[in-house]
Design a protein around this ligand. Structure first.
Ligand SMILES: NC(=O)c1ccc[n+]([C@@H]2O[C@H](COP(=O)([O-])OP(=O)(O)OC[C@H]3O[C@@H](n4cnc5c(N)ncnc54)[C@H](O)[C@@H]3O)[C@@H](O)[C@H]2O)c1
Length: 261
């Protein structure tokens, strides 16, 4: 007989959440899971074609997080439509196939694009969301980071260091706004099966190798990251701020000294 493993349930009735990059992958799972718990969900993404298949009831606003006006517009859309903003999930980030190169091969253009979306995009979304949250005296910002922000690898010359900077954004904003009713948290996924990971499986040694590098022996599911956001952004995590939660199948704890799996 299988032993019971417990469960939790969430209610987000009346809460408003804005998710960047919510049309695909992890962001989409976050949109869907939060909508299922009663939240009003706004998805901001550049990919309007993918957004067409979002479940009914999820609002979509087209925008590119590397453009400050688009960030301002998405926050204004969420607050104008739903009367406030309780949660911002900074999730939209890029790691294109051509970015798997060492530092000396980077073009300035590719560098600026990754910085623009993955670092400045998180900051500009926070800038406008935090203004609303300060006025409300409440809110949670949740940054989706990466195990690659904690430990590095070859050929992530821009993505890795920027993910480390996202961890520090979480700490800095968490400390800055701690006494204003605002919490700032982050989630660091291990490899999760999304369009981003599917597109770069070769660069990561193939699905089997990638799965095996995680002590749990598999690649994670987008819903497993969505679950972490539900808790971190709930009242159950009211004493949690300026910190990160690894949802990574144990990869961050696996040192390279001993023979890996
Ligand atoms: N998949 C993984 O294994 C993994 C691991 C660690 C961290 N992460 C992080 O999780 C987050 C989501 O990753 P994913 O795997 O779901 O990616 P994905 O590429 O599958 O989906 C990203 C979404 O963001 C959108 N997007 C891209 N640039 C945008 C922009 N400038 N403005 C607005 N939307 C934009 C895309 O259109 C897409 O819908 C990212 O922050 C990523 O770094 C992913």
């Amino acid at each position: 007989m299988t032993r019971p493993c417990g469960s939790v349930s969430y209610s987000n009735n009346g809460r408003v959440i804005l998710v960047t990059g919510g049309a695909n992958g992890i962001g989409r799972a976050i949109c869907e899971r939060w909508a299922a718990t009663g939240a009003s969900v706004v998805c901001m993404d550049v990919d309007d074609a993918a957004a067409e298949s979002l479940p009914e009831g999820i609002d979509f606003v087209k925008g590119d997080t590397s453009i400050e006006e688009d960030c301002q517009n998405a926050v204004a859309f969420a607050t104008d439509t739903h009367g406030g903003l309780d949660v911002l999930v900074n999730n939209a980030a890029i790691q294109p196939k051509q970015s798997y190169i060492p530092m000396h091969e980077y073009s300035r253009e590719l560098w600026e694009r990754i910085v623009g979306v993955n670092f400045t995009g998180y900051a500009m979304m926070a800038k406008y969301a935090l203004k609303v949250m300060l006025a409300q005296k409440s809110g949670v910002v949740c940054n989706i980071v990466s195990a690659q922000g904690h430990r590095t690898a070859r050929e992530v010359a821009a993505y890795g260091p920027i993910k480390a900077a996202n961890l520090l954004q979480t700490q800095q904003w968490g400390v800055e706004y701690a006494r204003k009713g605002i919490r700032v948290v982050s989630v660091s996924p291990g490899a999760i099966m999304t369009p981003m990971i599917r597109a770069t499986l070769d660069e990561q040694g193939g699905a089997e190798q990638l799965a095996n590098r995680h002590p749990l022996g598999r690649i994670g599911e987008p819903s497993e990251i969505a679950e972490a956001t539900l808790w971190l952004c709930s009242a159950g995590a009211s004493f949690v701020t300026a910190t990160d939660l690894a949802v990574d199948g144990g990869i961050d704890a696996l040192a390279a000294f001993a023979e890996p799996y």
